[in-house]
Ligand binder design. Structure first.
Ligand SMILES: C[S@@+](CC[C@H](N)C(=O)[O-])C[C@H]1O[C@@H](n2cnc3c(N)ncnc32)[C@H](O)[C@@H]1O
Length: 241
């Protein structure tokens, strides 16, 4: 179990990092993912389109890139939640007024919503940063309606040592921090990104954690070219299809 001090230290670390890079975050994201970020989000959005999505929470929304795309789905009311003031400011500034999109400050470990508030929860590149993944998974389950769906995008390197993997590790280990540093001027933030990807648990471990939290139909798919994984899970109960 994560202690309150560890949680608070982690909040200080991640808020410091994301507040520092918020201004150049979107540009850098496009650069370091060679534009693939849009494609990976598209894969997630295709899944969201297949289920009832009137009430959507985009958790760890950052600058709101995914939140805005979800807000374009017919009938969707989307809440973007993030603890970083600077990321939220950027999100609000980049989002033309739409009554169906709201941004709110908060942490995944203690979601400021009543039980069963959402039909869909999305988290893109958030769980790697959470202070307490178990608590955040319990909270996402709590605020989902029965039958509601969770969709998570996250970086995840394969364990095998093929030539393709060596290239991916070289890219994540060397090229990504360098590009991030050059683009934002913040070296530490992109070393944090590299280290947090390298130390992230396997997809199988994340699936087990989701099941232990109470999710069912937990599965994952590796997205092209193999460094990003899309996880899905469901809260038991009536299917909100
Ligand atoms: C890599 S960014 C991803 C932003 C956005 N989802 C995207 O796809 O571009 C990670 C985000 O997680 C947020 N974050 C970090 N710790 C968090 C926590 N404990 N609860 C919720 N969000 C958190 C950060 O503030 C940051 O905006």
């Amino acid at each position: 179990m994560t202690s309150p001090t560890e949680i608070s230290d982690r909040y200080d670390l991640t808020n410091g990092i994301f507040n520092a890079i918020a201004t150049r975050y979107d540009r850098t994201n496009t650069l370091v993912s060679i534009g693939l970020n849009r494609f990976w989000q598209h894969k997630l959005i295709r899944q969201v389109q297949k289920v009832s999505h009137q009430k959507v929470l985009d958790l760890a929304c950052g600058t709101g890139t995914l939140t805005r795309r979800l807000g374009k789905l017919v009938g969707a009311q989307v809440t973007g939640l993030d603890p970083s003031d600077s990321m939220l400011r950027k999100a609000a500034g980049r989002t033309p007024y739409r009554p169906n999109i709201v941004f709110q400050k908060g942490y995944a470990e203690l979601l400021p919503f009543s039980d069963k508030s959402f039909q869909v929860i999305t988290i893109s590149y958030g769980i790697r940063n959470f202070a307490d993944r178990d608590a955040s998974f319990s909270q996402t389950l709590r605020v989902l309606e029965p039958g509601g769906k969770l969709f998570i995008l996250e970086f995840s390197l394969k364990a095998n040592a093929g030539a393709g993997m060596a290239l991916q590790r070289f890219y994540i280990g060397r090229v990504l921090p360098l590009l991030g540093w050059l683009s934002t001027g913040k070296k530490d933030a992109y070393y944090y990104l590299r280290d947090s990807i390298a130390s992230f648990p396997t997809p199988q471990t994340i699936c087990r954690e989701l099941e232990e939290a109470g999710f069912v139909q937990v599965a994952y798919t590796r997205l092209f070219p193999g460094v990003v994984v899309l996880f899905t899970g469901k809260k038991t109960g009536h299917d909100v299809l």
